[in-house]
Design a protein around this ligand. Sequence first.
Ligand code: NAP
Length: 295
Amino acid sequence: MKITDTVTGKTKLLGVIGDPLEHSISPKLHNTLNRCLGIDAVYVPFHTKKGQFEHAINGLLAINVYGFNVTIPYKNDVINYIHTISKKAALIGAVNTVKNVNGRLYGYNTDADGFIKSFMEETGMEPGGKKVVIFGAGGAARAIAVGLALRDASKISIINRTVTNGYNIVRMLSNNTDVISECFSTDDPECCQVIKRGDIIINTTPLGMYPKIDSSPISFPFEFSSNQILYDAIYNPSSTKFIQEGKKQGLKTVNGLGMLIYQGVRAYEIWMGVKVESKIIEKLFNIFQNLDNII
Ligand code: NAP
């Protein structure tokens, strides 16, 4: 069915604000949800250049936008315009989902929930009680660390190029959660043992992401410990070097597609107050399985 057959004078407006947006999968994901759930809404890109952000937010409020996602580079800046921020988004320090209720903007971060849901569904395991190693200390690492800490992971070890960025996450975790956390610089000789002791090893750096597909957060050859779970936040390519090495060594591996899909589904649930059924989520996985054809 064409969009001209479905958009009416009552259609709810959703979208994503960011720059760049050309490769965003969000319009396809959310319009698929609109169609599958039979909800009268349309989701469009709100491509906004730096310097125009405040105008864009005021414009979205003026035209009574129903809800929107926020992506690079505005996930932090948008907090200045939010009236009520969720506890998770405040801890993460970033908002990726905004709901407009009568001109009041409610800010959420669905990346933490997206990661946890993906991890649990795709590994069949609970993160509670697990020792986790996270490569990277940017936005994705922060969201994943908060998600894991709130699900009772026992320890989070961050390994990052710029150690001060890692310490910022450690400080936030120790001030606000019960998880034990520590941070290492990537060239610290202890990293090797830290990695071997982890139950779950997560890559949140762009190392391995298209087009630099030969890079990885770990220098191989490296022998993982048995039963470790490897999770790569990267979804393009679907199998990074990090994931391929884990598979070769017989480990359970998960890529970032699930996190991407579940964070979008959670945003949609917040806007619409619905529960998206697993058969619709399966459909999303089928559509986005081969991202090379889409982005
Ligand atoms: P970010 O905020 O820019 O953080 C990137 C992190 O990676 C930083 O800690 C940075 O270290 C480190 N890093 C960058 N280049 C590096 C290099 N050449 N060598 C070593 N470390 C390097 O980015 P982000 O938003 O967290 O995104 C990171 C990755 O996660 C991207 O691949 C993105 O596609 C993916 N992601 C996936 C999802 C999903 O839904 N699956 C969601 C968000 C992000 P410094 O601190 O030293 O700069």
